[in-house]
Design a protein around this ligand. Structure first.
Ligand code: SF4
Length: 348
């Protein structure tokens, strides 16, 4: 930690910040652009390998700057080799997890935005850690740099669905997303970046007001306030009527689908009546409805049987065109290494 205090941490700085930093240090603004490309576009974190900058500047970078603040602690690969879970150690000895999933030509990376989480969704393993701290933009970005250098398939999608509630770390999440999107950075199209929230309504509103273009996913998980409060206490602060209102506003304003996530929990939200209520709740909102059969952890919640999952989905499918939503079933990958949705947890 001492080392970090004395040095400049450059990972996580955006283009303007790097350009300012290089100018303060007697270099041109263009040097800042070069640094931005080296770090984010090419993933080069060692100044010695930055071939188009002067030796003098390389020395300054080597002696006074830090480009990497996370270290790989453990790597787990699923039986089919398509999912890899990374455990990273942070500079203050905290840990986070990141998941890389390959599905045909798609390579999706699920990144964490916080150490732990205080939103306390009852079915989520991360919640059991409590909230420890927000990740810096650098710690968020380095997860992607690491996966990109480790997996021999181009990253096509980034989802902020790992540990933490992204909108509780709004500024760092959006700063990272902007660098993922920047052509001089990772160059990912906005429609390939998804931010998922448990329903922090004022932050969703801010996101709409700022005219952000990244996909938005909302964890719905229950069709009534009474049911949702039991599994997502955050519903007591921002109930469904407010959540549905902003979701609709997003989809109308952006003229694009909002994603609703619905983790299907046996005996909790998987009844036929729940499917009908859910259908009516999102009726008229241009949306994708992701049904996610629960990935079991050590807790009390269970995944419904396949027949029950199918019954639930069939009800939703009947009216999808008429009601304006599209149903998708997301069978999480990497459950054998606890890398499925809601399974990420680190026990120190
Ligand atoms: S589901 Fe997301 S928001 Fe809810 S506790 Fe888990 S990490 Fe936090």
């Amino acid at each position: 930690m001492q080392e970090y205090k004395k040095k400049n941490i450059l990972i996580g700085k955006n283009l303007e910040e790097l350009q300012n930093w290089t100018q303060i240090n007697g270099e041109t603004k263009f040097r800042g652009t070069q640094l931005f490309e080296w770090v984010y576009k090419r993933g080069v974190l060692d100044p010695k390998q930055m071939t188009n900058i002067s030796d003098k500047f390389k020395n300054l970078l080597e002696n006074e700057c830090i480009f990497s603040t996370i270290k790989l602690e453990k790597l787990s690969t699923s039986n089919n080799n398509k999912t890899i879970k990374y455990l990273f150690k942070l500079k203050d000895n905290q840990f986070i997890e990141t998941v890389s999933m390959i599905d045909g030509k798609f390579h999706t990376v699920c990144i964490s935005s916080q150490v732990g989480c205080n939103v306390d969704c009852k079915f989520c393993a991360t919640a059991s850690m409590g909230f420890i701290r927000n990740l810096t933009a650098g710690e968020i970005i380095e997860q992607l740099i690491y996966v990109r250098s480790n997996v021999n398939q181009k990253i096509t999608n980034v989802v902020f669905m790992g540990m933490g509630e992204p909108f509780m770390n709004y500024d760092n999440v959006l700063k990272s997303a902007d660098i993922f999107h920047d052509n001089l950075g990772f160059g990912l199209s906005a429609k390939r970046i998804t931010i998922s929230t448990a329903g922090i309504v004022p932050k969703i509103q801010k996101y709409i007001d700022e005219n952000r273009n990244y996909n938005l996913a909302v964890s719905l998980n229950a069709p009534t306030d009474k049911q949702r409060e039991k599994i997502m206490p955050i519903n007591m602060i921002w109930p469904l009527k407010d959540l549905i209102r902003v979701s609709n506003e997003f989809s109308i304003g952006k003229r694009k689908n909002i994603m609703f996530e619905y983790v299907l929990l046996k005996g909790i939200n998987d009844h036929q009546e729940d499917a009908i209520n859910l259908m009516n709740l999102i009726k008229g909102i241009n949306s994708k409805l992701n049904i996610i059969p629960y990935n079991e952890t050590d807790g009390i919640y269970k995944r419904p049987k396949e027949q029950e999952i199918d019954n639930f989905i069939q009800i939703l499918l009947k009216n999808q065109k008429k009601f304006g939503y599209r149903v998708l079933v997301r069978w999480s990958k990497g459950q054998d290494i606890n890398a499925g949705c809601g399974q990420l947890v680190v026990n120190n």
